[in-house]
Design a protein around this ligand. Structure first.
Ligand code: HEC
Ligand code: HEC
Ligand code: HEC
Ligand code: HEC
Ligand code: HEC
Ligand code: HEC
Ligand code: HEC
Ligand code: HEC
Ligand code: HEC
Ligand code: HEC
Length: 323
């Protein structure tokens, strides 16, 4: 922020007085400038009139005179629809919805102290607050308040660009997954492993599994249509219910045995050898899982357990998952 809020209010105020003759006094409502609005108590007591002399709204066509490119990108985006918001009035329409009242700037554009709200020089929390004046509701946005991204100071404009979006849909600053890889290098490496969900091939997207705006659960994970683990969204056949469930699928979940992104092992298993995975639980000494019967050869090189126990995610016919 180049200057403090009260001084900005003062300069706006004196500007208003100077061109009082030109000012179309808006509805007599105090200005609704979101984060930039000085708290009412900071208004100097000697200037009660300021409350009624909110800067006149400037319509987008006026800004267009000097910012044609920005005007065009806005006019070709979904934000153009705010023009129809007659209920919200001028402050919910056009450029000022995001850039704050800018009448002073429009008449004295080179005055650095009168610049409108700019996104590259602002704090993440101020940016978020500005966007959230309109985007705080809806199922996608429901968890914005507890979003890991928001709590980590990743603001809306880290992922979205209003004037220079690279995607037709959702105004993304970059398409997925490149957008996410700019910060998540570890995950980038995982999706480059030999066995992976085909995210780089654009068959599956990060946002199929995650909601970058936050979710109730851990890791910003989405859930399936039945509010169960996200994996069932696409792997319905693994959900059952089965007459004979394999307990860990239901209790520990898919990521007990699989890496969700990708890894070096076939079927994205956590171990290089299926038998090691099974034997990590099926040993008599360690868990509530029964040990493999004594006629099994316990050597890791023994035939793959899943050669016989094929229905490892659950079965309707065999308590030992043969079919
Ligand atoms: C008469 C021409 C003119 C008009 C009208 C005008 N601007 Fe500007 N605007 C400028 C100029 C020139 C600058 C560059 C100022 C500087 O950096 O010194 C600027 C800078 C800006 C910036 C900051 C850019 C940055 O990244 O630093 C924003 C945002 C902006 N204008 C928005 C608006 C909006 C919104 C309106 C309409 C309410 C508007 N302008 C009307 C000339 C104008
Ligand atoms: C929905 C919010 C929003 C609206 C509406 C909006 N802007 Fe912007 N503006 C931004 C953001 C965010 C940036 C930072 C760059 C970006 O993300 O594209 C920006 C950047 C700018 C800049 C700096 C130069 C640049 O391209 O980065 C100017 C000038 C500007 N806007 C003018 C306008 C004008 C003129 C309008 C109306 C025609 C307008 N803006 C409407 C959000 C908005
Ligand atoms: C004045 C209200 C308002 C503000 C402020 C606002 N938006 Fe929007 N936004 C809208 C409306 C209205 C739509 C169109 C919704 C629709 O198409 O149904 C929209 C659509 C979007 C979309 C969806 C685009 C698509 O292709 O579906 C994104 C992303 C978005 N806004 C991001 C932002 C960001 C980021 C900010 C802050 C820089 C912001 N908005 C500020 C009103 C607003
Ligand atoms: C970490 C990146 C990221 C951040 C931060 C982020 N978004 Fe998004 N947003 C996305 C992606 C990716 C999509 C597309 C979702 C999809 O593909 O399902 C999206 C979609 C949207 C949409 C359209 C979908 C809808 O109807 O809700 C809106 C509106 C939106 N974001 C607004 C915001 C606002 C406002 C903020 C800041 C409070 C924000 N986003 C922060 C990545 C992000
Ligand atoms: C098939 C579903 C799926 C896809 C696609 C997916 N993720 Fe994940 N992601 C998960 C699951 C499940 C976890 C939780 C892992 C756990 O509990 O051990 C997770 C965890 C994470 C974490 C937390 C740290 C970690 O690795 O455990 C980050 C960050 C993450 N994912 C980012 C991404 C990014 C970025 C993309 C796209 C490039 C992506 N994810 C695509 C399912 C997915
Ligand atoms: C500007 C940087 C940035 C971008 C872009 C970004 N993230 Fe993040 N993300 C972070 C930070 C910082 C955190 C919190 C620290 C951490 O867990 O790494 C985070 C956390 C997450 C987590 C939660 C990890 C956990 O364990 O709870 C997931 C999931 C995630 N991001 C997915 C995505 C996806 C999907 C995208 C693309 C749509 C994306 N991120 C884009 C910076 C970013
Ligand atoms: C958006 C849909 C989608 C979601 C959600 C999803 N997957 Fe997948 N998954 C696929 C597709 C498509 C394939 C086929 C991959 C291919 O052919 O590249 C696949 C393949 C797999 C494979 C088999 C790999 C192989 O080599 O045989 C495993 C294991 C897997 N997914 C586990 C999971 C887990 C665990 C989750 C939850 C964290 C999950 N999937 C969520 C779409 C999804
Ligand atoms: C107890 C460990 C374990 C758990 C838990 C588990 N899997 Fe598997 N999964 C395996 C093994 C082992 C294979 C390889 C089977 C083979 O070698 O034929 C496999 C293979 C797969 C495959 C590819 C072959 C096929 O059957 O389609 C998919 C997809 C898959 N698992 C998805 C899931 C999903 C989704 C979940 C969670 C609902 C899950 N797995 C939970 C052990 C497990
Ligand atoms: C995370 C621990 C875990 C892993 C890994 C695991 N299991 Fe299990 N398994 C269990 C538990 C717990 C039971 C349920 C025992 C019960 O019902 O008393 C079970 C049950 C079984 C049963 C049925 C036993 C019976 O008497 O009904 C078979 C067969 C089996 N598992 C085979 C395997 C195979 C093959 C693998 C490797 C692909 C495997 N398991 C991996 C924990 C695990
Ligand atoms: C050549 C086929 C074959 C292979 C390979 C195989 N099993 Fe079995 N498994 C069986 C048979 C047969 C039974 C007994 C079924 C019955 O009791 O009806 C059995 C039973 C089990 C049981 C149930 C024990 C109980 O007390 O209920 C477990 C656990 C088990 N196997 C684990 C494994 C593990 C772990 C591996 C890999 C190291 C493995 N099996 C490999 C054929 C095999």
């Amino acid at each position: 922020m180049p200057m403090t809020r009260p001084s900005r209010a003062l300069s706006l105020f004196s500007f208003c007085l100077m061109c009082a003759a030109l000012v179309v006094v808006a509805a007599g409502k105090p200005q609704d400038a979101g984060q930039n609005a000085p708290p009412p108590s900071s208004t100097p007591p000697a200037a009660p009139a300021a409350q009624n002399q909110a800067p006149p709204p400037v319509d987008a066509d006026t800004c267009k005179i000097c910012h044609e490119d920005n005007y065009n990108s806005w006019a070709n985006s979904p934000h153009w629809k705010t023009t129809y918001d007659t209920r919200g009035g001028p402050l919910k329409q056009g450029c000022e919805t995001c850039h704050a009242p800018a009448a002073a700037h429009a008449s004295d554009p080179t005055n650095q102290s009168l610049l409108p709200f700019t996104f590259d020089k602002s704090e993440p929390k101020d940016i978020n607050a500005r966007c959230l004046t309109c985007h705080a509701t809806g199922t996608e946005a429901m968890h914005l308040t507890e979003s890991v991204h928001r709590l980590s100071d990743v603001s809306c404009v880290s992922c979205h660009s209003i004037h220079h979006a690279e995607t037709k849909e959702y105004l993304l600053a970059k398409p997925q997954p490149e957008l996410c890889y700019t910060c998540h290098l570890q995950q980038k490496a995982q999706f480059n492993m030999p066995f992976h969900h085909r995210v780089n091939e654009h068959l599956v997207q990060c946002t199929d599994c995650h909601n970058p705006h936050g979710t109730v659960g851990e890791h910003q994970l989405r859930v399936s249509a039945t509010q169960s683990v996200v994996c069932y969204k696409c792997h319905e056949d693994k959900q059952g219910p089965f007459v004979f469930e394999h307990e860990p699928v239901k209790t520990e979940g898919c990521v007990m045995c699989h890496t969700p992104h990708g890894g070096p092992n076939p079927h994205m298993l956590k171990t290089s050898n299926v038998n090691l995975l099974c034997l990590s639980c099926h040993t008599t000494s360690f868990s509530n899982a029964p040990g493999a019967p004594s006629f099994h050869n316990q050597a890791a090189q023994y035939q793959a357990c899943t050669l016989c126990h094929t229905q490892i995610h659950g079965s309707n016919f065999s308590s030992v998952f043969f079919k």
